[in-house]
Design a protein around this ligand. Structure first.
Ligand SMILES: *Cc1c(COP(=O)(O)O)cnc(C)c1O
Length: 406
């Protein structure tokens, strides 16, 4: 039999911004035998993960768990709250925002895309002032929902969601606030209740360090109210049945049992360490990686330091260098996968993930793979990014878990 060499020696460096490296502890939890999803043990698991995930979204309200990828969570959020032809405002921060817009159009919504013009569009976060201005002009309140991406995974910009809420309130506009935090939740600070979000969408395979296959809708009471009047056809995605079944720890259809074992374990890890500690850890890793990019003399895709992503860093190539060619060398020579440029930045940049099961030394090794690959590709570097990141990590103490008092 021909051997399929998916697993060379050592660990593959999965440095894409999702799916992220899954901790061994989570993989082991998922290897338990599948149990009866209508039996009593399952209800205990169901109630636990539903309670845990609320803490992760920082909400007291229901979180719906779907056996689907993030795209399913996008569709679920829209079909549960809106009716055909409804007018939605979609802010374009990057490729994921534009894919969400495409989905909204395909299901029959009237979308209005807004954002910065020209090449700046994909180098910044959401401009809340522009949203406020647009909503003030909508005196008839025809806009039913404002859709924004929290952590734009294609660029590495993490928008200020509290500012978007304030903008909607300042315009005294009743639109729902819908936020995609598919790559943010679990690794970047995210506060569903405090920020007044109506529907938050999450995914398993990025900030939550799980394999692909689970997605989430965290919903506000206002979103639940809207779902009672919404006319969009829905069955599998309908919140009402799921919420009803979830009260006793079950689902109307077969849940993804083994992924829920993993979710339970991942939530334990996040909550044992403390969300604040986890968020600070990602901020520190991100700064270490950015210090490397600066030392190389390359540009960071996100042009606004106020919204640098704690989860990934986009690295722009000098003119004439094909970013995918550089990625290919790094993959072939050093067994390290980096994120490709998506949509209109394809070939112009690559993305380094700093999420999932990682640490200082993993990131230093990944950066050394990047540095060697950039040199092999003939990119002229101003200096050593690896040395800069070593300086940063050694002069900034690691963020340690909050230990329980003895
Ligand atoms: C990955 C991602 C999605 C899409 O999720 P899938 O799991 O690929 O369906 C949507 N939005 C953002 C911000 C993402 O990072």
């Amino acid at each position: 039999m021909q051997s399929l060499d998916f697993h060379p020696t050592g660990r593959h460096f999965l440095q894409i911004p999702g799916p992220s490296p899954v901790p061994d502890r989570v993989l082991r939890a998922m290897s338990q035998p599948t149990i009866d999803h209508r039996g009593p043990e399952f209800a205990a698991l169901g109630l636990k993960v539903l309670a845990d995930i609320k803490q992760v979204f920082q909400t007291r309200h229901p979180v719906i768990i779907y056996p689907a990828s993030g795209t399913g969570a996008w569709e679920a959020a829209l079909v549960n709250t809106l009716s055909a032809g409804d007018h939605v405002l979609m802010y374009e921060t990057g490729h994921f925002a534009s894919l969400w817009n495409k989905l909204a159009e395909r299901i029959g919504l009237k979308t209005e895309v807004m954002g910065l013009p020209g090449p700046d569009a994909w180098r910044h976060g959401v401009r809340a002032d522009l949203i406020e201005e647009r909503l003030r002009a909508d005196t008839q309140h025809s806009i039913q929902a404002v859709c924004v991406v929290h952590n734009e995974t294609s660029t590495g910009a993490t928008s200020n969601i509290a500012a978007v809420r304030r903008a909607i309130d300042a315009a005294r506009h009743p639109a729902l606030l819908m936020v995609d935090t598919i790559s943010g939740v679990g690794s970047a600070d995210y506060r569903h209740d405090e920020w007044g979000v109506d529907v938050s969408m999450g995914g398993s395979q990025k900030g939550l360090m799980l394999p692909p296959g689970i997605s989430f809708n965290a919903v506000s009471p206002k979103a639940i109210e809207a779902s009672k009047k919404a006319r969009m056809p829905r069955s599998f995605w309908a919140w009402d049945e799921v919420i009803e079944f979830n009260k006793t720890g079950y689902w109307p259809t077969t849940p993804n049992t083994n992924l829920l074992y993993g979710l339970s374990e991942a939530c334990d890890m996040l909550l044992e360490h403390g969300l604040g500690v986890v968020f600070a850890r990602h901020q520190r890793w991100a700064e270490g990686v950015r210090s490397a990019v600066r030392a190389w003399g390359l540009q960071i895709q996100c042009a606004d330091p106020a919204v640098y992503s704690p989860i990934l860093t986009g690295v722009m190539m000098p003119d004439g260098v094909d970013a995918d060619g550089v990625r290919k060398i790094i993959h072939e020579r050093f067994d390290c996968s980096l994120g490709t440029g998506l949509g209109k930045v394809k070939g112009r940049m690559f993305r380094i993930g700093h999420l999932g099961d990682t640490n200082d030394l993993t990131l230093l090794a990944a950066l050394s793979g990047c540095e060697m690959g950039l040199k092999l590709a003939g990119v002229k570097l101003a200096g050593s990014g690896v040395l800069a990141a070593m300086d940063y990590f050694s002069s900034h103490a690691a963020v340690l878990p909050q230990r329980q008092a003895a």
